[in-house]
Structure formats: structure tokens, C-alpha cells
Design a protein around this ligand. Structure first.
Ligand SMILES: Cc1cc2nc3c(=O)[nH]c(=O)nc-3n(C[C@H](O)[C@H](O)[C@H](O)COP(=O)(O)O)c2cc1C
Length: 215
């Protein structure tokens, strides 16, 4: 594993900002995009359950419908890839079984050996009411969002995380309404437009000493 210098990481993180205007003429090339896609797929989640789907909108026709269901924000239309991170609304036995099956196949372990792990996951889920399960799943989705943005920044690709979206309307447009998944947060991915003054705005963060405590 080749690591990068800490300064390189910080340079990327200071370079990134929540882009307000994307350059609609630029698209992320497929090799770079595939790496960003894998950054989402490789995101960690509790027990590894991956309670998410990532809907990637590149169709101009669909993108054109998004600003009016995004508080009139233009990023979803002008960016290269509009990612909608959707949460799995519930966590049932069959989903957990499909995950156990996936571990068994990937690691060449008999399913029976995974029974204690399966029971542990089932126990966790059965202790929660449906709203708590959904909230737990949603927290996992935000881990993928963070990983997506950091990976993109390291690759010199801009993003804008977007909660300013009408989730129900997104579900309708993306065909999720009658599915097990529901839109949570968007992330526009592409390249900043030269006119975006926010690129030059100083980062506003509380002092590190107020945010980080050492014991
Ligand atoms: C979960 C989340 C949702 C956000 N939603 C929006 C949004 O809908 N539109 C927008 O322009 N910025 C949005 N932002 C960007 C934040 O305003 C921005 O990250 C914050 O002000 C810090 O600035 P920076 O990201 O440029 O460093 C969102 C950020 C996060 C993390």
C-alpha cells in the first residue's frame, strides 16, 4: 500500500468546498469516476450490512428535472454525475441472510460457521423499532457520503453534498417509490465553474482545540 504525504491529504481537503456552480461542459472521465464509485462501494458500515444504494444520474433528461425538487439549486443539473444516496428502509431476516451468504461465498466459509454472527446481527435489529432501524441505516449512508467526498477531493474532483432535496420527489423521479430504498442525501460530482466565488471563500471552522480533546 502506497500512502500519500499528510500535506497532500490536507491540500486536497482544503481545496474541496461545497460547490455552488458546476461547469456543465465538463464530465468526470470514466477511470476517475469508477474509482469514486468504488470509494462508495468500499465504505464501511455497521456489521458490514451496506444498507444503501447509490443512484447515479447522468441522463440530461433526468438531471433537468432535479433543480425544481432541490430547492431550485442547479448543482444536480450542471454537475457531471449526480449521486443520490438512498437508505434501505428496513432490515429483515432475508436481507441479513443474503449478506451472510455473501460473506460465505467471498471468504469461502460454510454458512453454518457464520450462524453466531448472523444471530448477533438479528439480535441487534430485533431490539430496535422500525424507526430506529431506519435511523441506524441512514447513519451508515452518511459514512458513504463522507468517503465519496474525500475520495473525489483526493482525485481533484469537486462535489457538493446536498440535503436540500425533496426526498419523496426524488424517489418518484428515480423510480424508488415502491422499492426498499428511499433518497436521503445527494452529492453532485463534477468540476467547479470558474464563476463560483465560493471557491475563494475562507473555510469556516471552529478552532481545532475546541473540537478535538485529548485525554
Ligand atoms: C449533509 C450535508 C448537506 C448539505 N446540503 C447542502 C445543500 O443542499 N446545498 C448546498 O449548497 N450545500 C449543502 N451542504 C454544504 C455545507 O453547507 C458545507 O459543507 C458547509 O457549509 C461547509 O463548507 P465547505 O463544505 O465548503 O467546507 C451540505 C453539507 C452536508 C454535509
Amino acid at each position: 500500500m502506497n500512502s500519500i504525504h499528510p500535506d497532500q491529504l490536507l491540500e486536497s481537503l482544503r481545496w474541496r468546498y461545497a460547490v455552488k456552480s458546476f461547469d456543465a461542459t465538463r464530465t468526470v472521465d470514466s477511470i476517475t469516476w469508477k474509482a469514486i464509485e468504488q470509494a462508495m462501494v468500499l465504505a464501511p458500515s455497521s456489521y458490514g450490512l451496506q444498507p444503501w444504494k447509490f443512484i447515479v444520474v447522468t441522463s440530461p433528461k433526468i438531471k433537468a428535472q432535479l433543480p425544481e425538487i432541490s430547492w431550485n439549486q442547479t448543482q444536480p443539473q450542471d454537475c457531471s454525475h449526480m449521486v443520490v444516496l438512498a437508505v434501505r428502509k428496513s432490515m429483515d431476516e432475508s436481507y441479513i441472510d443474503s449478506y451472510v451468504q455473501s460473506i460465505a461465498e467471498t471468504r469461502s466459509v460454510p454458512v453454518e460457521k457464520l450462524a453466531p454472527y448472523r444471530l448477533m446481527m438479528m439480535g441487534t435489529v430485533q431490539k430496535m423499532d422500525p424507526e430506529s432501524v431506519r435511523s441506524w441505516n441512514t447513519r451508515q449512508v452518511y459514512i458513504a457520503l463522507g468517503q465519496l467526498m474525500t475520495a473525489a477531493a483526493v482525485l481533484g474532483v469537486d462535489t457538493c453534498p446536498m440535503e436540500g432535496i425533496d426526498g419523496k420527489a426524488y424517489d418518484r423521479v428515480l423510480g424508488l417509490s415502491n422499492s426498499d430504498y428511499s433518497s436521503v442525501v445527494g452529492c453532485a460530482v463534477g468540476y467547479r465553474d470558474a464563476s463560483d466565488k465560493n471557491a475563494f471563500a475562507k473555510k469556516v471552522r471552529f478552532p481545532t482545540d475546541d473540537l478535538v480533546e485529548y485525554l
